[in-house]
Design a protein around this ligand. Structure first.
Ligand code: ZN
Length: 348
């Protein structure tokens, strides 16, 4: 038919078709009580008129909708340190009824990390990463009753400084990481078995991290920053950047979206889960320091468990303590204190 029309007529016809389809869509939506909002690109979105709840959005994200609705702006939390995240409630998402995560988009995010969480998950690239950057903080969490799980993406088989056979390095480093974890009160350690030094931001990696998030159901995730930390290049190993990026992609949107990696729900029964906050280590925009001076001995014990990595360093405590003192100074803590610092991102 179009072939018989002049080009402008064909264009007008398509335009009319587009408009009538849109009108029909609007009419279909009105009886359900929805408000119809218009984006700058003239797209259509619907918001229910009662409580800001959004209809199921398939693969689209609640945060996209929140931005669209102008409801996702930051605001100060009235409770100072923010609410404790203690409940082991039902998964936010899943097949039954409207998702609570969609209602939450109208609340401002907290301005400080939760004072306490029940469960935290640390996702790092190599055995020893969590200990260099965060073991003091982990020790503080476990001492306060938080259940902490480690997910180590590689076995660190490209690490080491001596002639340990390569095929032995992975198992050795797994054992070292388990011992280091125990030194700061962590017994649940997952290894994903990816090759050290060759990580890429693949869908497989996102799915595997999403799986652990759904298994552990943590309110808080700690991972490495996907942004390079220019002041200390060693902190930004490419694997660290990839794990940080992949973990953030798993936190949002994959783990919370029941339609992302549907096999996790269909085959493994893993309901969607929304992580409340993510702590990024070695970040160029760290905004939260944890004073770990009183836990430094436990951190050093964890680090010393990585014999294949630090066995040759007599100056380990001095070396790492120097970083931690510098971090404390940079965040305004008194001289001589030691700290670990993070960029905390609110992800609910
Ligand atoms: Zn590393």
């Amino acid at each position: 038919m179009l072939a018989t029309m002049a080009p402008d007529e064909a264009g007008a016809d398509r335009h009319l078709d587009h408009q009538s389809v849109r009108r029909e869509a609007m009419e279909r939506l009105r009886p359900r009580g929805g408000l119809i909002l218009r984006t700058r690109r003239d797209g259509l979105r619907i918001r229910h008129s009662d409580d800001g709840e959004l209809p199921s959005a398939g693969a689209h994200s609640p945060r996209c909708h929140a931005a669209l609705l102008g409801a996702a702006g930051r605001g100060a939390h009235p409770a100072g340190a923010g609410p404790a995240l203690r409940s082991r409630g039902p998964a936010t998402g899943g097949r039954r009824g409207p998702s609570p995560r969609l209602r939450r988009v109208t609340s401002p995010p907290p301005s400080q990390p939760a004072a306490h969480v029940d469960r935290a998950l640390c996702v790092l690239a190599h055995p020893d990463d969590v200990d260099f950057g965060s073991a003091g903080t982990v020790a503080a969490w476990t001492a306060a009753g938080t259940e902490v799980t480690y997910c180590v993406v590689t076995d660190g088989d490209a690490g080491g400084f001596d002639d340990t056979p390569r095929e032995e390095m992975g198992p050795l480093r797994q054992a070292e990481q388990r011992a280091a974890a125990a030194a700061v009160g962590v017994t649940d350690v997952h290894f994903l078995g990816y090759p050290d030094g060759r990580l890429e931001p693949t869908l497989d990696l996102r799915r595997d991290i999403s799986r652990v998030i759904r298994q552990v159901r943590p309110q808080r995730v700690l991972t490495s920053s996907p942004e390079r930390f220019w002041e200390r290049i060693g902190a930004s190993h490419p694997d660290h950047l990839i794990v940080g990026e992949s973990t953030l992609r798993a936190v949002y949107p994959d783990a919370r979206n029941p339609f992302a990696f549907p096999e996790l729900l269909a085959d493994e029964g893993l309901d969607a889960w929304t992580v409340q906050e993510v702590w990024l280590g070695a970040s160029p925009r760290a905004d939260h320091a944890v004073d770990v001076t009183d836990l430094a001995d436990r951190k050093f014990a964890a680090l010393r468990a990585h014999v294949t990595q630090v066995g040759h360093r007599d100056d380990l405590e001095e070396f790492v303590g120097g970083w931690m003192r510098q971090t404390a100074r940079g965040h305004g803590l008194p001289e001589g204190r030691m700290a670990e610092a993070f960029h905390v991102v609110y992800t609910a």
